[in-house]
Structures are given as structure tokens and as C-alpha cells.
Design a protein around this ligand. Structure first.
Ligand code: FES
Length: 158
């Protein structure tokens, strides 16, 4: 892996340690996760301990140290979403994608995660796909969202 992109990000943030979280976000946006080699590059340029950087990366749930799918699906299973059918949606997603929460499909298209609240309980059950909220979900609607993304990938117009 070339450090070129990491160098570009660090230059953008003027190699400031204070900007570490923004730097990690930029790296994750580019690679879809935080590759070890990129973190080593950051440690070197910021003259920080690699463990310190890992500490930040594991503290924030928004960072991933493992490769993620192109599309990130986050389902809320907090109380408000749970009582309105969250578990049924999860069953459908697991069946469709053939993965468990925390995993990524073999074709690297989808990652599935569950959380305890997305902060929009009033429109629950809620699913978030690539930072877009889908409220008042049910398993049929969730299936349609995934199918639409799959169609987009294969170039089929819906
Ligand atoms: S409990 Fe699901 S968004 Fe709050």
C-alpha cells in the first residue's frame, strides 16, 4: 500500500496531532477501514506511539480496523426499535446477506451492524445505510433497500 494518500491527508491537516480523529476519518473514508500500514504512516509522521493511535481507533465505534463492505448497514435494536419489529428486520437482513452483525459479505458489498440507538427513536424501527436513515422499517422495506442497492451495482434500472 502506498503512503501517498496518507501523506496527502497528513499534509491537509498540517501534521497536527490535534487533528488525529479527522485524519483517521479521512483515511477510513478513502479505504473504507483503517489499514495497519496507513496507521503506521500516521504514527511515523505525527511522531506518535502506534498503540496510542490504535487506542483512538478502537474507542470510537465509527472506526473499523477490518475491511468493510461498500455499503454499511446499521440496524437499531434499541428498545423503541426492538418493540416495533427490529428483530424481524435483523432476521431478514441476515438471511438476505448471509452474514451476522459485525460481518461483511464475501463480495465486500455489505457490512452489517446493530446498535442500541440511532437517536431517531420516533421513526423506529430505523435502519441506516451509508449514513442515510430509513425510518418506519419492516422486513419487506429492508429487503427492497438491499435489492435496490444490488440492482444499482449490476446496472439494472429500477
Ligand atoms: S431506539 Fe432505535 S433509534 Fe432510538
Amino acid at each position: 500500500m502506498s503512503h501517498e494518500y496518507v501523506d496527502k491527508i497528513l499534509n491537509k491537516h498540517q501534521e497536527k496531532r490535534m487533528a488525529l480523529i479527522s485524519i483517521l476519518h479521512d483515511i477510513q473514508d478513502h479505504y473504507n477501514f483503517l489499514p495497519e500500514e496507513a496507521l503506521r504512516g500516521v504514527a511515523l509522521r505525527l511522531q506518535m506511539d502506534l498503540n496510542e493511535i490504535y487506542g483512538v481507533a478502537v474507542f470510537y465505534k465509527s472506526f473499523s480496523l477490518l475491511p468493510k463492505g461498500k455499503h454499511s448497514i446499521t440496524l437499531c435494536l434499541g428498545t423503541a426499535c426492538h418493540v416495533r419489529g427490529g428483530p424481524k428486520i435483523l432476521r431478514e437482513l441476515k438471511k438476505m446477506l448471509n452474514i451476522e452483525p459485525g460481518q461483511t459479505t464475501q463480495d465486500k458489498q455489505f457490512s452489517l451492524n446493530v446498535v442500541n440507538c440511532l437517536g431517531v427513536c420516533a421513526i423506529g424501527p430505523v435502519m441506516m445505510v451509508d449514513r442515510k436513515f430509513y425510518g418506519e422499517m419492516n422486513s419487506i422495506k429492508a429487503k427492497r433497500v438491499i435489492e435496490k442497492l444490488n440492482k444499482k451495482r449490476s446496472g439494472v434500472k429500477s
